[in-house]
Design a protein around this ligand. Structure first.
Ligand SMILES: NC(=O)c1ccc[n+]([C@@H]2O[C@H](COP(=O)([O-])OP(=O)(O)OC[C@H]3O[C@@H](n4cnc5c(N)ncnc54)[C@H](OP(=O)(O)O)[C@@H]3O)[C@@H](O)[C@H]2O)c1
Length: 266
């Protein structure tokens, strides 16, 4: 059976999960793909850091560039987050003709146009299903299943952290700050939560979905952004009395003149 050697960059929440999934289900995945997935290296920032999901030290490296350039690595999996080094990693791999898989919506939102152009120019591919609502999965649906459809509107709850906070506010009558603190304790929200609660993560995702629906990249600065920080317990109660729930929605709407995108609590 043909073997694909993976170079994974990032051994955190997602990288560790990918490592574990391949360890546990590698044989099943291979039997379905007809290709064996072999993890060649995992690049991290600090090889000594304690990790919830253990990765053998023999696989760990801090030298992501060496890993990307290693001729034995056939496919690069970018799971480090951020946009600066992640862009270098992704461009570096694509220029070598290596396919890249990324879960990084911020990277695609900021540099998607450049990266997809590079993939095309170097005869390779950039895969990004996990970057938006990976559990559904929506990207394959838009790219393949709905290829013959004209998409006029696309609505969705695309940020799990906000959804958790708003759900707790509704079901427990919690204040925003208490629901946020609970989300942080449970690991659903980052210590620095603004990317999620101020709506930027949802904006990154909705920009990607808009590009798939309409075939051009949306400048992230042109996306209307509104978060859930100002939502109070009272707002949630009033909405409930009227028979509504407050949700942070990602919205893409095609109008006659121009395709516009926004997200708002509705
Ligand atoms: N978490 C989610 O639920 C989720 C869901 C969908 C998509 N995503 C996306 O997946 C990506 C990763 O998220 P995450 O939650 O897994 O992040 P994370 O837990 O912070 O993990 C990031 C990993 O990247 C490594 N890293 C960072 N900078 C590096 C560098 N310069 N060189 C080498 N390694 C470096 C870190 O190394 P150390 O471990 O040594 O610090 C860490 O292992 C992000 O783009 C995120 O938006 C996340």
């Amino acid at each position: 059976m043909q073997q694909v050697n993976l170079g994974i960059i990032g051994g955190g929440t997602v990288g560790g999960g990918v490592f574990q999934a391949i360890q546990r289900n590698g044989a099943l995945i291979s039997s379905r793909l007809g290709v064996r997935l072999h993890i060649a290296r995992v690049a991290v920032r600090d090889v000594r850091k304690p990790r919830t999901i253990k990765i053998p030290s023999s696989l760990l490296t801090t030298d992501w560039a060496g890993m990307v350039n290693d001729p034995r690595v056939n496919l690069v999996v970018e799971l480090m987050g951020g946009t600066t080094t992640a862009r270098q990693v992704t461009l570096g791999a694509l220029k070598l003709g290596k396919p890249v898989v990324t879960a990084n919506k911020a990277l695609l939102s900021a540099h998607g146009e450049e990266l997809f152009e590079a993939a095309q120019n170097y005869g390779t591919n950039l895969y990004y299903e996990a970057s938006v609502a990976g559990g559904i999965p929506i990207i394959k649906v838009l790219r393949e299943g709905l290829i013959g459809n004209r998409i006029t509107r696309l609505y969705g709850i695309v940020n799990g952290t906000c959804n958790y906070i708003l759900t707790r506010m509704k079901l427990d009558g919690a204040d925003f700050v208490d629901a946020l603190a609970q989300a942080q304790r449970l690991g659903y929200a980052e210590a620095e939560p603004s990317l999620d609660i101020d709506g930027h993560d949802a904006a990154h995702k909705i920009g990607i979905l808009a590009s798939l629906a309409h075939g051009f990249w949306v400048n992230p600065r042109q996306i209307y952004v509104e978060g859930i920080r100002p939502i109070s317990k009272l707002d949630v109660q009033f909405a409930g009395q009227l028979g509504y729930s407050i949700k942070l929605l990602g919205i893409v709407k095609k109008t006659e003149a121009v395709a516009g995108t926004d997200r708002k609590p509705a």
